[in-house]
Design a protein. Structure first.
Length: 124
């Protein structure tokens, strides 16, 4: 799914939030493996705002911060659980899965985890 597809008007608000967590986690992992640095929460919130603006969607800063924190949690969990090679592969699969023509069981599993994180994170 491209970001434009992810944030399309036909997507539910919940679906957009889940997709945003997924896309941010993919970006965080990619940045981590390429530069050995994690995106900060403000960087993630800013990136989310940029993506949302492209599709004429908006979320309050507090909610963007919450979603970026959830994506950070997921990305760090993945990095801690996998070898570097497996983490690189997972990050690549996640980025590729932003294309609607790419099917990935890994990405589907991680998208389900994003849903779970959203459900638990918004209840806090």
């Amino acid at each position: 799914m491209t970001w434009e597809t992810v944030s399309s008007q036909s997507m539910t608000d919940r679906g957009m939030r889940v997709a945003l967590i997924f896309a941010l986690a993919a970006e965080r992992l990619t940045t981590y493996y390429e530069h050995q640095k994690w995106l900060t929460e403000p960087q993630g919130a800013s990136l989310a705002a940029d993506w949302l603006a492209r599709s004429r969607n908006r979320l309050p800063l507090r909610e963007r911060q919450q979603l970026t924190a959830l994506s950070d949690h997921l990305a760090r969990q993945i990095a801690a659980a996998l070898s570097r090679e497996a983490g690189l592969y997972t990050a690549h699969e996640m980025m590729e899965s932003l294309d609607p023509n790419h099917h990935s069981e890994i990405a589907e599993t991680l998208m389900a985890e994003c849903e779970r994180l959203l459900d638990s994170g918004l209840a806090d």
